[in-house]
Design a binder for this molecule. Structure first.
Ligand SMILES: [Zn+2]
Ligand SMILES: [Zn+2]
Length: 154
């Protein structure tokens, strides 16, 4: 099912609106999000109230995994820039577990190869070459290819 759903910060919306929008997609209350992200509800209220745009590593990591986005998107939203200027969605097709937040070492702009196994990182579908828009998907929404390389080990 493909819906009008973008986890990319738009650039102008800012961190408060961005977090609110994604929380809306997931139909989570502030309380549920705070529980999922493992951060205090006051912090969520502050973020959504626009009172803070600086998140510590723990809050950022928790929020990113609860919202299913790379932590860099939160940075991009806070700075009101397009996330492409900060990061690209890259992952190791061998080590990444689809549906989880990719390791920041992969999404770092300077990374080209996996730090763990040396495989070339991907940011596009290997079959149809469409850019990967959300790492919440396990399969390419355009052609149905599995983002993770098939392995014999389960
Ligand atoms: Zn790897
Ligand atoms: Zn594809």
């Amino acid at each position: 099912m493909i819906t009008e759903y973008s986890t990319l910060p738009t650039g102008e919306e800012g961190l408060a609106n961005y977090v609110q929008r994604l929380r809306g997609y997931l139909s989570l209350t502030q309380k549920e999000l705070s529980f999922k992200a493992g951060i205090h509800i006051q912090t969520i209220r502050k973020i959504e109230g626009g009172q803070t745009s600086r998140l510590n590593q723990k809050a950022k990591g928790g929020l990113a995994s609860a919202l299913g986005i790379p932590p860099e998107y939160l940075d991009a939203a806070a700075k009101k820039v397009s996330p492409e200027t900060i990061t690209t969605l890259k992952f190791c097709p061998k080590c990444w577990t689809p549906g989880t937040t990719p390791d920041p070492m992969w999404t770092d702009l300077r990374s080209k190869y996996c730090f763990a196994c040396g495989t070339a990182l991907r940011n596009r579908c290997s079959r149809c070459n469409e850019p990967i828009m959300s790492l919440k998907f396990k399969f390419c929404p355009y052609c149905g290819a599995n983002y993770k390389q098939n392995q014999t080990t389960a």
